[in-house]
Design a binder for this molecule. Structure first.
Ligand code: ADP
Ligand code: K
Ligand code: MG
Length: 467
């Protein structure tokens, strides 16, 4: 238990470590987690409840760490109030896939994971969490939930690849767009409670001897970093993607960061880390394949003008995180409304320490410009399909030295979540990256200059200043 807090620092590029460490802890704890069998009636009843529109305000409503015992219990009960129906919706949506697809071992594994997670929540369904002992058990359930669903992307990718004869690419994209957007929120809710648990007063004795003062001075509210530096995240991702390139191709493109590299904002480092990693993988790969690794990739960090973030045309009507981007496949047609933290804070009794919205807090746009030859007009139309890729290992082996290995998409999936240590091949990078960017009101736009290079614009919404 002790090491959990340390691994939940969520400091950007190392976010994959928490899950690994979590898995060790969880496996030991799994035995002690109670379950209750999930019936069809449970699923129907839970799925008929309206989905709670998750906002960043929700994630901050319990106040700034270290949380008091009461605030921590509130966080647990809030988490408990929204997760079961979210899981039930996912189960229903998986069951609505063509039978032969659900019967695929990988897809059915994901379905069973959801049923398992719901079965761990049902014992709490008719009660409130009222003691710290119950809260500890509930946090173990959350750790189990996060861990159980950690390989979803690669498992689903493998499942849909195997079942591709029985379902069209656009049906897959429609399902995954809805499913993976919902998953982002569900994970976030679970991870937020875990993170708050380990930075709360009642459990400070579990916190590796880290004193309350350090928690107080930290810029984190659970998984949210209120002083996140996109420039730092970019450097971390550059390092990681660069190493993959060097290992596989013997070359590593360079990155120049211009604009305002020291800009800070309140956001979720592990989300930004995921998106930037995917975008850099694409740019690095294109650059290497075009033999242009001498041309630096230029990344501009441009904070939005303060006035713009205030007027915020996204406020109240921006695309909600779990609305499907493509067509009418939205699972939830609620209006997420403002994501500024203060508006939630005003509604919450717990958040006296969250001050009003700070006008100076801005969104950021990050432009990634490469000389990798661009994207053909024909392919531009397919970029956002899950599974669309132009990755072809033979081609890469021709054009680069030291590649050598003859890997297929399926081999690559076993490499890890979302392609793991490979540069490309799943075809999930852009659509899933966009789902993360849009979750809290941002977006991704790709502009190709065919024959020359690509500009990718990643915009992130400033989420308000928390004091
Ligand atoms: P993957 O990288 O696994 O192929 P993505 O969704 O990340 O999946 O990208 C889909 C395709 O879009 C890539 O295979 C590539 O053809 C094209 N693409 C994306 N970014 C770039 C870029 N910066 N330059 C050239 N092509 C790109
Ligand atoms: K794609
Ligand atoms: Mg990619």
């Amino acid at each position: 238990m002790l090491s959990l807090r340390a691994v939940l620092r969520h400091d950007g590029p190392t976010y994959k470590q928490p899950l690994t460490a979590l898995s060790k802890v969880t496996r030991q704890q799994a035995r002690s987690i109670q379950t209750r069998q999930v019936t069809d009636g449970d699923i129907q009843q839970l799925a008929s409840r309206p989905l709670h529109p998750l906002t960043l305000a929700d994630l901050c409503r319990h106040g700034r760490p270290p949380l008091s015992a009461q605030a921590l219990l509130n966080s647990a009960n809030f988490t408990l109030s929204i997760l079961p129906s979210r899981l039930a919706h996912r189960i229903q949506s998986l069951r609505a896939l063509p039978y032969i697809v659900v019967a695929n071992p990988n897809v059915s594994k994901i379905h069973n994971n959801y049923v398992h997670s719901l079965s761990t929540l049902l014992p709490y369904a008719e009660q409130r969490i009222e003691t710290l002992e119950q809260e500890i058990q509930f946090t173990e359930v959350m750790a189990d939930l996060v861990q159980t669903h950690s390989n979803t992307i690669s498992t689903l990718a493998r499942g849909f690849l195997e079942a591709r004869k029985y379902i069209t690419a656009s049906e897959v994209t429609r399902f995954l767009d809805e499913h993976l957007r919902a998953r982002i929120g569900t994970r976030l809710i679970g991870e937020q409670h875990i993170a708050l648990h380990f930075s709360s007063q009642p459990h400070s004795e579990l916190s590796d001897g880290v004193d309350q003062e350090r928690i107080r001075q930290s810029s984190y509210i659970g998984v949210i970093d209120t002083a996140l530096r996109p420039g730092e995240i970019i450097r971390g991702c550059e390092q990681m993607v660069g190493e993959i390139c060097e290992l596989k191709y013997g070359v590593r493109p360079t990155v120049n960061i211009i604009g305002s590299p020291d800009t800070t904002m309140a956001h979720i480092p592990m989300h930004l880390d995921y998106v930037i990693t995917e975008l850099l993988k694409n740019s690095f790969r294109a650059t290497i394949e075009a033999g242009m690794e001498k041309e630096p990739i230029e990344i501009t960090i441009a904070p939005a003008p303060a006035s713009e973030s205030e007027t915020s045309d996204m406020k109240g009507k921006h695309r909600t995180g779990e609305e499907s981007h493509s067509d009418g496949a939205a699972i939830s047609n609620y209006d997420q409304g403002s994501v500024d933290i203060a508006s939630g804070a005003n509604k919450s009794e717990e958040s006296a320490n969250i001050k009003s919205f700070d006008e100076g807090t801005r969104g950021v746009t990050i432009r990634i410009r490469d000389r990798g030859g661009g994207i053909s007009p024909e392919n531009c139309a397919k970029l956002w399909d899950y599974g669309f890729t132009t990755f072809n290992e033979d081609e890469i082996n021709d054009k680069t030295t030291g590649g050598g290995s003859n890997i297929t998409a399926l081999d690559m999936i076993s490499g890890g979540a979302g392609g793991g240590s490979s540069l490309a091949g799943l075809g999930y990078g852009l659509p899933l990256g966009r789902a993360y960017a849009e979750y809290f009101g941002g977006g991704i736009a790709v502009q190709s200059l065919w024959g020359w290079g690509t500009d990718v614009y990643l915009s992130l919404r400033g989420v308000g200043k928390i004091e």
